[in-house]
Design a protein around this ligand. Structure first.
Ligand SMILES: O=C(O)CCC(=O)C(=O)O
Ligand SMILES: [Fe+2]
Length: 290
């Protein structure tokens, strides 16, 4: 079954519905490809300096460049893309708040074989989360066209409902082909992997992922972004990076202080901050009869 594509005008509800049904979908041309070319230009010195991967999972002909909040103003914009945030919120049902999990340009070089098919949520020490309970919602933006030949991500639509710890062959998967500026959404439970690059060009993808705020982030935003830089960033972005309590109590500082108060004295609030408000209202205790 091929990956379903939606138009950029599709709402977050439609995306979340497809993520629930298939575990993945593509939104075509959500941004102007020129924006992603701009991102690539901003990151050029870092992309050139990034070492190749050291194992088959990272890819020995693949470069993974992170720290994008520190390094690229366009990445700051893209991690906060409103439709993406709405779709993430709708997918991570019941989450009091969610956070950025990692920021990474994945540059798959020519002759890279296919990455092993996996679930991203295996990063959480293979904890068997209940079926249908998504802890992670991911985006992979096509910086150039994603074609089967140049290493488009391989996915198995519907596999977010499969048993855990399965292995697959390339022939079990579909390439998530898409034009530059498009974005592949997929959940932490979807079986997928980077495609083999049988072309002469590098395949550039921008991976921006999000998790429930009670889990540990893959990329450590507190150390990846120098505090002098972080102090200048807008509050909603800092909240998304993890300068917030996860749910009610996780990650507070000393005397139950809001972590944002450390960066920006006086900016903190007693409670969850921007990303928790609506959810907190929705989660007020109800009487047993209601
Ligand atoms: O680069 C891709 O297409 C996917 C990479 C991936 O799934 C991963 O590194 O976890
Ligand atoms: Fe992955």
């Amino acid at each position: 079954m091929p990956v379903e594509h939606l138009a950029a005008a599709a709402g977050s509800e439609r995306i979340a519905a497809l993520l629930e049904r298939d575990g993945c979908c593509v939104v075509d041309r959500l941004v102007d490809p020129a924006l992603l070319r701009g991102l690539q230009a901003e990151l050029e010195p870092h992309l050139a300096a990034t070492p190749l991967g050291q194992d088959t999972f990272s890819g020995r002909r693949t470069r993974r460049t992170g720290g994008l909040i520190a390094r690229s103003p366009i990445a700051r914009e893209l991690v906060q893309q409103p439709l993406v945030l709405e779709a993430v919120r709708a997918t991570l049902k019941g989450a009091t708040n969610f956070q950025l999990h990692l920021t990474q340009v994945i540059a798959i070089g020519p002759d890279e074989p296919a990455q092993p098919i996996h679930r991203d949520q295996w990063a959480f020490d293979f904890f068997p989360f209940p079926k249908g309970y998504e802890v992670q919602c991911n985006t992979l933006w096509a910086m150039g066209d994603f074609r089967e030949e140049n290493g488009a991500t391989r996915v198995i639509p519907g596999s977010h409902r499969f048993e855990d710890r399965l292995s697959f062959k390339e022939s079990d998967t579909e390439p998530a082909e898409m034009a530059a500026g498009s974005v592949l959404f997929y959940t932490g439970a979807l079986y997928h992997g980077g495609g083999a690059n049988r072309s002469r060009e590098v395949r550039y993808g921008l991976n921006l992922t999000y998790t429930r705020a009670w889990l540990r982030q893959e990329e450590n935003q507190y150390l990846a972004v120098p505090h002098a830089t972080a102090r200048e960033l807008p509050l909603p972005l800092l909240r998304l990076m993890g300068y917030a309590r996860g749910a009610y109590a996780l990650g507070y500082v000393d005397d139950l202080r809001d972590p944002i108060d450390v960066l920006r004295p006086g900016a903190g609030e007693a409670g969850l901050g921007d990303f928790g408000r609506g959810e907190r209202r929705a989660r007020r205790p109800r009487s047993p009869s209601s």
